[in-house]
Ligand binder design. Structure first.
Ligand SMILES: Cc1cc2nc3c(=O)[nH]c(=O)nc-3n(C[C@H](O)[C@H](O)[C@H](O)COP(=O)(O)OP(=O)(O)OC[C@H]3O[C@@H](n4cnc5c(N)ncnc54)[C@H](O)[C@@H]3O)c2cc1C
Length: 298
């Protein structure tokens, strides 16, 4: 099947490709097929191919919010990195779904456009950030979204307005909807280049101090329960430094699990179960998973 799809698109197609190389935590078994469409036409061909062959479809941005099980996934994984066009008109930034947020931020800073500084240091693609409504207590991307262009599994294109997407804490109507974010337009504000650069530098420095960025990780593992910080709850049960294989609860930020080298998805899942139980026993609070888990499992 890989050769067949490769014959139709300009981008690359890989068979049984380990997804560990495509996630920030560097964990994950193989994808039956991994396609890297070179542009929107390639993407449409990939969707058509998945439909024809009855293949389950997965969309992969930067893999910064993902844990792929060790057995991997059957079906077609579409990695959006090749959808990388970016245009600026006035204070609107339009970009394709595979554009990394750091590139968007650099462009906004260069042009003196403010509003995205809160996102400095979030290692997402624009598509992944919109679907997850990525953000911090300072702001989230949903509030900037003017319009999103999506493709459905039948290959039909729609434009959705920001107000229609029901952005909420780390979610939107797009999550699990079976749509691919092809592009999004963000409304920024005319600002001062120097102040924007300073805010970005401040936010990046804060992350360096508070997050274990020297080790592969997937960002926050659990959502903050209403009125609490997951990291604080986890710290209170003494979980910092807990280890399962090469997976470790970060000693810097308790809501991060780092991969010290050869951690498996199973190690991470066991550690998550232990943390969740300890927090439930001590505080009666159930921690909801923030990261997305791909693959079949118990
Ligand atoms: C060090 C670190 C710090 C982080 N800090 C933050 C933070 O401060 N705030 C925050 O909110 N998150 C943070 N994250 C988590 C993560 O960056 C976000 O959840 C981000 O939105 C995920 O984007 P992604 O492109 O990596 O998506 P992926 O992890 O690749 O995918 C996540 C979900 O989005 C879907 N998806 C991706 N692209 C598309 C597309 N084009 N169309 C349709 N669906 C798509 C996937 O199918 C999946 O369901 C952090 C992660 C790390 C590693």
């Amino acid at each position: 099947m890989a050769a067949e799809l490769q014959g139709r698109i300009k981008g690359r197609v890989l068979a049984e490709e380990p997804l560990a190389g495509h996630t920030t935590i560097r964990i994950g078994g193989p994808a039956e097929l991994l396609a890297l469409p070179g542009d929107r036409t390639d993407l449409e061909i990939c969707l058509d191919f998945a439909r024809q062959k009855g293949l389950p479809l997965f969309v992969l941005g930067k893999g910064s919010n993902l844990l792929v099980r060790d057995e991997g996934v059957r079906g077609l994984v579409i990695k959006t990195a090749g959808l990388n066009r970016l245009e600026v008109g006035g204070n609107t930034v339009w970009a394709e779904g595979g554009v990394p947020l750091p590139r968007l931020l650099a462009e906004a800073r260069r042009r003196g456009l403010a509003g995205l500084e809160f996102a400095a240091g979030i290692p997402a693609s624009l598509g992944g950030a919109v679907v997850m409504n990525a953000g911090t207590p300072e702001g989230s991307i949903g509030s900037l979204v003017q319009k999103v262009e999506v493709l459905d599994r039948q290959g039909r294109t729609y434009a959705l307005r920001g107000e229609e997407l029901e952005f909420d804490y780390r979610k939107s109507k797009l999550k699990g909807a079976g749509l691919v974010v092809v592009a999004a337009a963000l409304a920024l504000k005319i600002g001062d280049g120097k102040q924007i650069a300073e805010a970005i530098a401040r936010n990046v420095a804060l992350r360096r101090r508070k997050q274990p960025l020297n080790w592969p990780n997937a960002g926050s593992i659990f959502k903050n329960p209403p009125g609490h910080y997951a990291g604080w709850l986890i710290e209170q049960v003494g979980a910092k430094g807990w280890r399962q294989g090469d997976a470790e609860v970060s000693t810097l930020h308790a809501n991060f699990i780092i991969n010290r080298g050869r951690a498996t998805a199973s190690d991470v899942l066991q550690l998550m179960a232990r943390i969740r139980q300890a927090v439930l026993d001590r505080f009666g609070i159930f921690l909801e998973t923030e990261i997305e888990i791909w693959g079949e499992g118990p």
